[in-house]
Design a binder for this molecule. Structure first.
Ligand code: MRU
Length: 348
């Protein structure tokens, strides 16, 4: 993977540097956020997105807020307010709040201490991605031993959604490295096309054979036997394995359950939220109507039509064959309890 999704830029005015995902695949341009406003706006607009990448932004964003405070002379209350704005910029991915909370105890020690911890968040994410990818590939190969695999993925759970490598696309990369990928079906992922714009861009760069399809082609492809397994990422995994991910995920799981095709969630342990017992406690972000009622600025609906635009849905644990993390694999369909991996921390 030859790019960095999120990084820290040192300097007299430091910045959080983002690869601007609103501009891909046409333009590879960076967005340097030197203040909290710009960073929060980038999160709202999905210039940076994907749960683990948002975790990195949360942690680095606290260091950015400290740098801005040093320039502006903010009182403590203003600093806390700016950090809370960043923490709350999007509700569903647990990683954003978790990234902020991870570095907050170091606030009294200043920017260098916060930044050092934030860098650990990034490094741990990359290691987690590599670990879970190997486990996910092993799990699939054990169950589907006979041929190069035809996989289906939704949204973007690649290096663009993490600090490097990727989760669902990490599993794909790992299998590709073993010579075991025949084809990847990429759901375009309406309304913002993270699959068509971002996943296809990553797969093309790695020379991995893929087809982009409209989201509504997926269930038919699964029932027709064109797909050996579905692998997706996650924004928040509740204690019982219920999983929030990009809207459209639950339909894939239903089709897989009917067809007997494995439905696999690949995510780092940092996306598992044991404090949320099940999916009913997960807040689903609702986004602007215009994302649905217009395409590239042109209206696609009559002026009076309203939109329903949840950014995520929750796939019940009973439809998930495996949640693959760097700590191990849980099979929620039969063992709906993520806490069995609570003590399996190999990263620290
Ligand atoms: O709205 P987005 O693009 O932030 O949604 C992202 C997803 O749904 C991803 O699948 C998820 O965050 C996992 S990323 C490794």
């Amino acid at each position: 993977v030859a790019f960095r999704t999120v990084e820290w830029l040192d300097g007299t005015v430091p910045a959080v540097r983002l690869l601007d995902q609103t501009r891909l695949p046409a333009d590879e341009v960076h967005l340097d956020a030197t203040d909290v406003d710009t960073l929060v706006d980038a999160v709202h607009r999905l210039a940076v997105r994907g749960a683990p990448a948002l975790g990195a932004v949360g942690a680095l964003g606290v260091a950015l807020a400290l740098a801005q405070r040093a320039r502006k002379g903010w009182p403590d209350a203003r600093l806390r307010h700016e950090i809370a704005r960043l923490r709350d910029a999007r509700p569903t991915a647990v990683n954003l709040a978790r990234g902020v909370d991870r570095v907050l105890p170091l606030l009294p020690q200043g920017q260098a201490a916060v930044l050092a911890e934030a860098r650990r968040v990034l490094a741990e994410d990359e290691a987690a991605n590599r670990g879970l990818s190997a486990r996910g590939a092993d799990w699939l190969v054990e169950r589907l031993p006979h041929r190069p695999l035809r996989l289906l993925t939704h949204c973007n759970a690649g290096a663009l959604a993490t600090t490097a490598w990727g989760t669902a696309l990490g599993v794909v990369r790992e299998l590709h490295g073993r010579g075991l990928i025949a084809l990847v079906h990429v759901d375009e992922t309406r309304p913002l096309l993270q699959g068509a714009r971002l996943t296809a861009w990553e797969l093309a760069a790695d020379g991995i054979d893929h087809v982009v399809q409209v989201d509504s082609a997926a269930p038919g492809a699964i029932l027709r036997g064109l797909v050996d397994a579905v692998v997706i990422g996650a924004d928040r995994i509740a204690a019982n394995g219920d999983t929030a991910n990009k809207v459209g995920s639950v339909g894939l799981a239903l089709a897989c359950a009917d067809a007997g095709v494995p439905f696999v969630v690949a995510a780092p342990w940092s996306t598992v939220d044991l404090a949320t017992p099940d999916g009913t406690g997960i807040v689903i972000e609702e986004r602007a109507a215009q994302e649905v009622t217009a395409l590239a600025g042109l209206p696609t609906t009559p002026p009076g039509s309203r939109a329903f635009n949840p950014a995520f849905d929750v796939t019940p644990a009973r439809l998930i064959d495996a949640v693959v993390t760097e700590r191990g694999v849980v099979e929620p369909r039969t063992h709906p309890d993520m806490s069995v991996l609570r003590l399996h921390d190999h990263t620290r």
